[in-house]
Design a protein around this ligand. Structure first.
Ligand code: NIG
Ligand code: FE
Length: 427
């Protein structure tokens, strides 16, 4: 009988013996990211054993080695590497056609993101390119981006639709998203972002479009098992609070969780709405009131902050992080990978910018791509921290301390990943 580290971060006597393990990593420094224990949930010179796709045991390195040797269990010597939960990118728009580099040029000549959107560019131009792309083309470009994200220790990616905006095209995006998980060692969460922009063919019939999305489209995609959650872009250039609420209500009736893009460019009351409907996450939140922050905290809705989008759009009003922190809102960090506001495939860059631009501590930022990102996906029971019984999704890092994951600009210290208990190369 040996010690295992329980969910409260403290040691608990548990019946786990080496004979129940498939393999073990020893000589690692482990950042469990369990809240309330040591900073980052640190355990120095530790070992972690797996059984199947689950974490079976965490404890001191010498004890793990002894037990594994006694039972002939394969031992991986981590040689002082740091081990964290596999990172989670909980907000991406990874599947799309084309790019928006000409829009980037326009913005640098003084045209705003909103003006480009109102003139029919922005999301609409990606919708055109996406509708014109074949399934194969979409899969190929999304696979490249997924691999780039995974190279930095990411083992779970949330992928939104929203660049199809007609049923068949939305279905294709979600199918491509689903296929990524069969082609690559990564878990994918599929989000139907039905209310992203009003497609041209509905330009004189907003309500007709919202009714389609919230009714037959949602039902059909759910029936095809393509929807883990819904999402809407609640903004003055996109959808109103009432329209967003129609989707959140429809999702609730089907027992589906929700995310919502709110407060990116203005405060329309979207955060209050997300809290009211118990959304898993409210994303962006540059513009959010103190009252709404308290409502998010009370609802357990995670604030997903997207610093690379803020950076790309050269915004000047960051999310009110001290206010969110004081209100007790859990904060997650994601890449928002998309062709317009965040052509980014680096979660580590997002972590750096969460610190440098938004003022998060490195521990808060790393929690935002592990424990809180798991919460934002409704998957906290399964991933996001290193605890016995959780999925053995791990990232190994060539670093001296966890804050280094937020410190570098462009370095990638990932030395490898373990996906569901199986070691993989990082990229
Ligand atoms: O999260 N805000 C809405 N959606 C994306 C951007 C979409 C685009 O510009 O293509 C975002 O920033
Ligand atoms: Fe987004």
């Amino acid at each position: 009988m040996i010690l295992a580290i329980g969910s409260n971060g403290r040691s608990a006597v548990q019946k786990s013996s080496g004979k129940d393990w498939d393999r073990i990593w020893v000589g690692a420094n482990i950042a469990t990211m369990v809240a309330g224990a040591e900073p980052y949930g640190n355990i120095k010179n530790a070992a972690l054993a797996v059984k199947g796709d689950r974490i079976a045991w965490i404890g001191p390195a010498d004890e793990g080695s002894r037990e594994a040797t006694a039972h002939g269990i394969p031992i991986h010597d981590a040689q002082g590497l740091w081990l964290t939960p596999g990172l989670i990118d909980c907000h991406t728009h990874l599947v799309y056609g084309g790019h928006r580099v000409e829009e980037f040029e326009k913005r640098l000549c003084g045209v705003s993101y909103e003006d480009i959107a109102r003139a029919g560019g922005g999301i609409q131009s990606t919708v055109q390119a996406t509708r014109a792309a074949t399934h194969r083309e979409l899969a190929a470009s999304a696979t490249v981006r997924a691999r780039q994200i995974m190279a930095e220790g990411v083992t779970t990616i949330e992928v939104k639709s929203g660049y199809g905006l007609e049923l068949a095209a939305e279905r294709r995006l979600l199918e491509v998203a689903r296929e990524l998980a069969t082609e690559l060692p990564v878990s994918i969460k599929k989000t139907f972002l039905g209310l992203h922009a009003l497609p041209r063919e509905f330009s004189t019939d907003r309500q007709g479009f919202v009714d389609q999305v919230c009714g037959p489209w949602l039902e059909s995609l759910v029936a095809a098992n393509l929807v883990d959650a819904v999402d809407a872009f609640c903004e003055n250039i996109a959808f109103t609070v009432q329209e967003t609420e129609q989707l959140l209500r429809a999702a609730k009736q089907l027992g589906l969780p929700a995310h919502a893009h709110v407060g990116q460019l203005s405060d329309m009351g979207g955060a209050e709405l997300a809290a009211k409907w118990g959304a898993l996450s409210a994303d962006h939140l540059e513009y959010v009131s103190a009252a709404a922050a308290r409502e998010l905290a009370a609802a357990g809705t995670v604030a997903v902050l997207l610093p690379t989008a803020y950076f790309t759009l050269r915004q000047t009003t960051p999310p009110p992080v001290p206010m969110l922190r004081d209100a007790g809102v859990a904060m997650a960090i994601a890449t928002d990978s998309n062709p317009g506001s965040s052509p980014c495939t680096s979660i580590l860059l997002a972590l750096n910018m969460a610190c440098t631009l938004f003022g998060l501590t490195p521990e808060e930022a790393l929690s935002g791509a592990t424990r809180n990102a798991a919460r934002a996906l409704g998957a906290a029971a399964d991933i996001g921290t290193l605890e016995v019984g959780k999925r053995a999704d791990l990232a190994l890092w060539r670093i001296e301390r966890p804050a280094e994951l937020c410190y570098g600009l462009g370095a990638n210290p990932c030395a490898g990943v373990v996906y569901g208990g199986t070691p993989r190369r990082a990229s």
